[in-house]
Design a protein around this ligand. Structure first.
Ligand code: ZN
Ligand code: ZN
Length: 340
């Protein structure tokens, strides 16, 4: 039995023929196992979806009641038998409900980790290390230049700016699923207890996080506030809203953006970001390499991102490694949610 006999790449994405399912398929399929609700991994239109309750709920919020023919919820640590294969879900530490999916057959275990991070996040269950024979890893920030550092330091930078510019409104671009809520939770952990304002596109998902027990303090919609009351406040919005007419309602808006990409200064400048905040929901170079080593896997499959450097790193350590070129994975796309 080779790993390729259990999971193989097809035009719709990773496919397990022996279990009759796909993992995070990029095209509609009969049976999909979904790692998490970001739009590049979780698409509408599958016959049946197996995922955590949170992922199912978030997909429902985004796509509507009929996003799949049938759904089945599975908890962390739970297994399900699919024909000759067993699938078990484990926390991935990426966003609320995110999971790694361990697929086992004939004593061989492959872990498809989806997107993951191995650092603390007050808004989701921590990443769990799952020993395996083959580890499928993302490579979003798989270059040694990407070291995310301590998010607390970035939050302190934001709060310092707010106190230095009390007449200006701080707008923080953040992806509406995961990053926005983590940012709010980090601000609360840093002792910031003023109301935090939200772009309308953030509302549903943020309220859902609260309904799952994530405490986020007092939140208000920016829509309902007058211009003068927004001076000295923090508003979280989709990155795409930072450069549109929507910002006119704010007094002297100052643009911040919370993303792992903010390590690249040119990118921040290009996007007109005055205050880049390096906060990421993906593992950085050290996180990726430490995790790969700790799984004990002898074979590594590398998906979406900077595959080359990671494949090379694995090779230098005597691990078998190859890129898995899955078309359709990438950064979460907020374009469709920018309207308020
Ligand atoms: Zn993701
Ligand atoms: Zn992804």
């Amino acid at each position: 039995m080779r790993p390729e006999d259990i999971l193989a790449l097809t035009p719709a994405g990773l496919c397990c023929k022996r279990g009759s399912f796909h993992i995070d398929p990029t095209r509609p399929v009969e049976r999909a196992l979904i790692t998490h609700a970001h739009s590049d991994h979780a698409r509408a239109g599958h016959g049946a979806v197996l995922a955590t309750q949170e992922t199912l709920d978030l997909m429902r919020l985004r796509y509507g009641e009929n996003f799949a023919g049938a759904t089945q919820a599975i908890g962390y640590g739970e297994s399900v038998k699919l024909d000759a294969v067993t699938a078990t879900f484990h926390p991935a530490g990426h966003v609320l409900g995110s999971a790694q999916i361990a697929v086992e057959a004939d004593g061989l275990r492959i872990v498809a980790s989806g997107d993951y991070k191995n650092v603390a996040d007050p808004t989701c269950a921590p990443f769990e290390l799952v020993p395996c024979d083959v580890f499928i890893t993302e490579a979003t920030f798989a270059l040694p230049v990407f070291r995310h550092g301590n998010p607390g330091g970035e939050i302190a930078k934001l709060l310092r700016s707010v106190s230095v510019f009390p007449d200006r409104a701080h707008l923080v671009g953040a992806y509406s699923l995961g990053k926005a809520q983590r940012l709010i939770a980090l601000l609360r952990n840093a002792g910031y207890d003023s109301p935090i304002y939200l772009h309308g596109a953030m509302e549903k998902i943020t309220r859902y996080y609260e309904s799952r027990g994530v405490a986020l303090g007092e939140l208000r919609l920016a829509r309902g506030a007058t211009k003068p009351t927004l001076a000295g406040t923090i508003t979280i919005c989709p990155p795409s809203a930072l450069n549109d007419l929507w910002t006119r309602r704010f007094p002297e808006p100052l643009n911040a953006f919370a993303s792992g990409w903010m390590r690249v200064r040119a990118r921040a400048r290009q996007q007109g970001v005055a205050l880049p905040l390096v906060i990421s929901d993906h593992a950085d170079w050290d996180g990726l390499t430490a995790t790969i080593a700790a799984t004990g896997a002898s074979e590594i499959w590398v998906t979406h991102g900077q595959e080359d450097a990671l494949v090379h790193w694995c090779g230098a350590r005597g691990l078998g490694a190859r890129p898995l070129d899955i078309v359709g994975y990438g950064e979460e796309d907020d374009a469709s949610e920018a309207e308020e």
